[in-house]
Design a protein around this ligand. Structure first.
Ligand SMILES: [Zn+2]
Length: 94
C-alpha cells in the first residue's frame, strides 16, 4: 500500500560515482528503458548529483556512454573506470 515508509532503508550503490546512497534517495536507471518490467531485473542506481549531472547530457549520449562503459555487464570497478574515462572524454575530443 501507499505511504508505509517504515521498511528498512536499503542502500544502493551509484553506478557513476560508487557512493552508497539510501535507496529512497537514489534514482533508478534502467538502460533498457522499460522500468515497469521488473522481471528478473536488477536496476542500476544513480545518486542525485550524478543523476542531475547525467541528465545534462543528451539522452542519446548517456545511453552510448553507459553502454560503452559496460553498464550491467562489466563488473563495477571496470564499469566505473570506463565510465569516468568516457565521461571525462579528455583523450580525443577538441
Ligand atoms: Zn553518484
Amino acid at each position: 500500500m501507499f505511504g508505509s515508509r517504515n521498511a528498512r532503508e536499503r542502500s544502493v550503490t551509484c553506478i557513476a560515482c560508487g557512493d552508497s546512497v539510501a535507496r529512497s534517495d537514489a534514482r533508478e536507471y534502467d538502460k533498457h528503458g522499460d522500468r515497469w518490467d521488473r522481471r528478473d531485473k536488477e536496476f542500476e542506481h544513480l545518486c542525485k548529483p550524478c543523476f542531475a549531472d547525467l541528465c545534462r547530457q543528451p539522452r542519446e549520449g548517456l545511453e552510448t556512454t553507459l553502454d560503452a562503459a559496460g553498464a550491467g555487464e562489466a563488473d563495477r570497478e571496470t564499469f566505473l573506470r570506463r565510465f569516468r574515462e568516457l565521461s571525462e572524454g579528455d583523450s580525443s575530443v577538441e
